[in-house]
Design a binder for this molecule. Structure first.
Ligand SMILES: Cc1cc2nc3c(=O)[nH]c(=O)nc-3n(C[C@H](O)[C@H](O)[C@H](O)COP(=O)(O)O)c2cc1C
Length: 257
């Protein structure tokens, strides 16, 4: 196997194992040393207008059998031109990152699990076809169940595709979920023991999105092949304290003739 200069087979397998737990001194993590926990959600720039999302009680989403959703889940790379309704988008956001209970000011429980309840992700949306939303880049605010608009890039289809190494189907999505990570949220508790559990956390988020898509006649495809700098630029992440980690283009499925 060709060696990457910074990742060896040994270091990669070490990452996958849990041997780091025997090496981290948990007495000197930021949490153990009394540092305040990082914010649960990236702050909203002053003066921003929040776009409230429909509450769960108002969604017109038909009940979906879980067994059916699991049995039919697959990676879908062909999307129709049909837009997503705003309550459908609200449902997908809730299913993948929604808050289900406030534990205390420093921790909330969500619809997905997260190691140490640290929830290190932010969700950005590259919106192209969602009823009621002007195309552009938005960020989900789980604490308010709202969106904030963060950018209006030109030529979103081309930029999305280029940011994913030319995977054209990403640019054809109605909306692409772009998850960034803020590692400090998990490092506060687990220090160097954070990185494997952050990667595991991301899988839960995307699988819930897959299942929720099945419930609304939509489809998605996990995308981990992306160009770091282009994704970070698209969402305005600094690439150090916050950077892109995973994407999932979503659209209504093309009807089978
Ligand atoms: C972590 C991860 C990364 C992936 N990255 C890509 C990708 O960049 N492009 C793509 O077309 N599919 C990607 N996939 C989708 C897989 O190819 C797909 O899950 C696999 O072929 C099995 O098909 P299924 O999901 O329909 O069962 C990814 C899946 C996972 C879980």
């Amino acid at each position: 196997m060709k060696k990457h200069p910074s990742i060896t087979t040994e270091s990669g397998r070490f990452f996958l194992s849990d041997r780091i737990r025997e090496e981290v001194n948990f007495w000197v993590t930021p949490q153990s040393q009394g540092a305040p926990p990082p914010e649960l959600q990236k702050p909203v720039p002053p003066g921003s207008t929040l776009i409230p999302l429909p509450d769960r009680a108002s969604w017109s989403i038909a009940p979906c059998d879980l067994v059916h959703a699991i049995a039919h889940r697959e990676s879908r790379r062909r999307f129709s031109q049909t837009p997503l309704a705003l309550d459908e988008l609200a449902f997908l956001l809730w299913a993948s990152q929604g808050v289900r209970k406030e534990l205390h000011p420093a921790a909330v429980l969500r619809t997905v699990p997260s190691a140490g309840c640290r929830h290190p992700f932010e969700t950005y949306l590259a919106v192209q076809r969602v009823t009621g939303l002007v195309p552009g880049i938005y960020r989900y605010l789980p604490l308010q169940h709202a969106l904030v608009r963060v950018g209006e890039p030109d030529d979103l289809p081309a930029r999305l595709s280029a940011a994913c190494h030319g995977q054209g189907f990403v640019g054809q999505s109605a909306v692409t979920f772009i998850w960034t990570v803020i590692p400090a949220r998990t490092e506060w508790r687990y220090a160097e023991g954070s990185y494997k559990v952050i990667a595991i956390d991301a899988g839960h988020v995307c699988q819930n999105l897959y299942l929720a898509c099945e419930a609304i006649g939509a489809g998605t495809c996990a995308v981990a092949a992306y160009r770091q700098a282009l994704v970070d630029e698209l969402v305005g992440a600094d690439g150090e304290e916050e950077f892109g980690m995973y994407l999932a283009p979503v659209g209504k499925v093309v009807a089978v003739p």
